[in-house]
Design a protein around this ligand. Sequence first.
Ligand code: ADP
Ligand code: MG
Length: 261
Amino acid sequence: MGSIIKVDHLSYVYNPGMPNAVTALDDVSFEVEEGDFVGIIGATGSGKSTLVHLLDRLYDLPEGSGTITIGGVDIRHMKRKSLRRQIGLVLQEPFLFSQTVGENICAVRPDAENEAMRRAAAIACVDEAISTFPQGYDTVVGERGVTLSGGQKQRVAIARMLMQQAPIMVFDDSLSAVDAETDAKIRTALRDTLHSATVLLISHRVTTLMQADRILVLDGGRVSALGTHRELIQQPGIYRDIYDIQMRSDDRALVEEGGNA
Ligand code: ADP
Ligand code: MG
């Protein structure tokens, strides 16, 4: 299998030429093989979200700042619509419409069968929670209806993305507000149902990342390391430092409890 995603000498500057210019990505290159699960880690501000936004063309990449190709095609030359068919993205702070939960999940496929909707919700571990809402899937969310917790919002957004059935799935810290146990459950369900999908998953949890085929470590907009969990814990660096902190038993409990769903 060849590379499905190729990021080549990618740089990105916010507000270029202005006094408040910020270099968010600086000469980033890596490739993702079809069917691979690639984890991404890096401190806040290291460029993770910028990378996924560029991949989905939420921002356009100026000429001369590197390329991103998907299936060999420069994404600048792809129609947004066909790009969105290839990439399902769960944003760091997902946006839900003031509609029913069901309408939110089926936003990309309004004609979907109930069964497909419930299957997506089950994989995202949110089916049970939705069943407890006053009108189940017909419950309106947001200001005019029930208020979802951060973790529930993230899981509804994951279910919505699953409905898209895109061959590439990108999660931008999408399980940060979900407890570690549910995080693991969702990933197992994803793996079992969508083993052929290519996954890019941004996370700060080593227990999540260690299952990736490869882990990309970003630091200040640059690739600091790229390797398997085993490789990265054998060399000094950001990943091993984070690993050491999270695996220390005292802190382990804090990590596991971090962010209740
Ligand atoms: P991460 O997702 O790893 O936290 P981001 O990609 O969000 O990192 O941010 C990378 C850098 O770009 C940071 O310095 C951040 O402050 C800056 N940045 C992000 N979004 C914008 C924006 N819309 N305008 C200006 N600077 C931004
Ligand atoms: Mg981010």
